[in-house]
Design a protein around this ligand. Structure first.
Ligand SMILES: Cc1cc2nc3c(=O)[nH]c(=O)nc-3n(C[C@H](O)[C@H](O)[C@H](O)COP(=O)(O)O)c2cc1C
Length: 129
């Protein structure tokens, strides 16, 4: 059988196999970045489907660092209970989940954050004239 199906460990975190769901924005969080039942169901489906480890979609760590709509957030205490619920649901299916922390910086979505990013005239490192 392929090594992909063998259990493994990452820094002490035991994984049932070596399949990893790459960090992927689902657009399933609430407007304020909170976990939703739809997002939990998707994570459960992934764990049940055999992803030994799920990397969450990029989660913004500060309100002004939001990159896109319905993006997962981790910038205020009120978001913790939903994140705990999602984590427990994945664990219940034998899966593991880790969070990708993110701050969009210069690429933050001004329409969503209400703040103009510094050097907003840059695009992929190139000035836009
Ligand atoms: C819709 C979409 C959302 C994505 N969101 C993220 C993300 O939140 N964080 C991240 O690091 N990569 C993100 N990616 C990149 C994917 O995780 C992945 O690296 C990319 O699709 C290439 O996958 P592949 O190497 O299997 O072809 C996203 C990709 C897509 C298509």
């Amino acid at each position: 059988m392929s090594i992909l199906f063998e259990s493994s460990k990452i820094n002490g975190m035991a994984l049932s196999n070596r399949f990893v769901r790459s960090a992927t924005w689902e657009g399933m969080a609430a407007d304020d970045g909170a976990v939703t039942p739809k997002l939990i169901k998707t994570m459960v489906d992934l764990a049940k489907g055999g992803a030994g480890l799920i990397i969450s979609s990029h989660a913004y760590v500060r309100p002004e660092g939001q990159a896109g709509p319905w993006q997962l957030g981790i910038y205020k205490d009120e978001l913790i209970s939903g994140l705990r619920e999602m984590t427990a649901a994945v664990h219940d299916c034998g899966g593991k989940i880790v969070m990708q922390l993110a701050h969009a910086g210069n690429f933050a979505a001004e329409q969503l954050t209400g703040r103009v990013p510094p050097q907003s005239k840059m695009h992929f490192g190139q000035p836009v004239f």
